[in-house]
Design a protein around this ligand. Sequence first.
Ligand code: NDP
Length: 284
Amino acid sequence: MTAEIINGKEIAAKKREEIAKEVEKLKENGVTPGLAVILVGNNHASRTYVTNKQKSCQELGMHSILIEMPEEVSEEELLGKIDELNQDPEIHGILVQLPIPKHIDEKKVIESISPLKDVDGFHPVNIGRMMTGQNTFLPCTPYGIMVLLEETGISVAGKHVVVVGRSNIVGKPVGQLMLNQHATVTYCHSKTKDLKSYTKQADIVVAAVGIANFIKADHIKEGAVVIDVGINRNEAGKLCGDVDFEEVSQVAGYITPVPKGVGPMTITMLMYNTVKSAAESSNR
Ligand code: NDP
């Protein structure tokens, strides 16, 4: 068996067309969706992510600003900047690129962003809203995974979903979104005993572990859907996921590749959330 590939790049492009149309409509009504990104320090990967986010905003005709702060910036100064952006009517989304330096309390920073502008969906208020199935900003990577499945025509209702990984930004919320859509969800993590015995039962496996090629063919039930969130480098320095694509694609029914799988959806849903915020602000 050779799995059908879920093409994240194509699905993201389709979603972006829809988002661009929505941006045009908002602009006709005098509202230009605006995203502010704060980058603290000089982390190379963070800089790449931030540049890509800005580029996406430009491509979609949105307003975007980048605020760069030095590594040694004080917590007070960062919180002051966020407060300023919370008040700025031209800014509909605020994002602080993580990780931030250790001397700054990450929780405090996340909680200082107005839930109405929290387009990353990390604020506890928005996480609570997600858990209770209310209108909110859904975290971008998990949301992107749900859109990939929907666009591929894969319903999760009644399916057994096994999520490997329980981080606050990927594992936990993706399981919750699956549950909201009526899946039966099992979470696995580094303390799980006999991981295979769980993944083998899954109709859908989401791998969000951060270990290159960790999920092998013998973890997967024949015909299962395999979603690979991982972004890793293998020994040769090549980009790869948490799933051993070559092996697993021989067993799975559907699989997301790395790159061009989940990755392109993350920024797309960030754009979606920013436009949603702009639309909602104009209705308030
Ligand atoms: P974290 O490091 O925060 O979480 C990793 C999770 O994997 C933890 O819950 C950990 O368990 C679990 N884990 C670690 N080792 C094992 C093991 N041996 N068996 C089972 N579970 C294990 O990572 P993130 O969730 O932030 O990211 C996961 C991956 O996804 C990374 O490669 C990251 O780069 C990528 N990523 C990709 C995005 C995209 O847009 N495509 C966006 C965000 C992340 P425990 O909790 O017990 O420690």
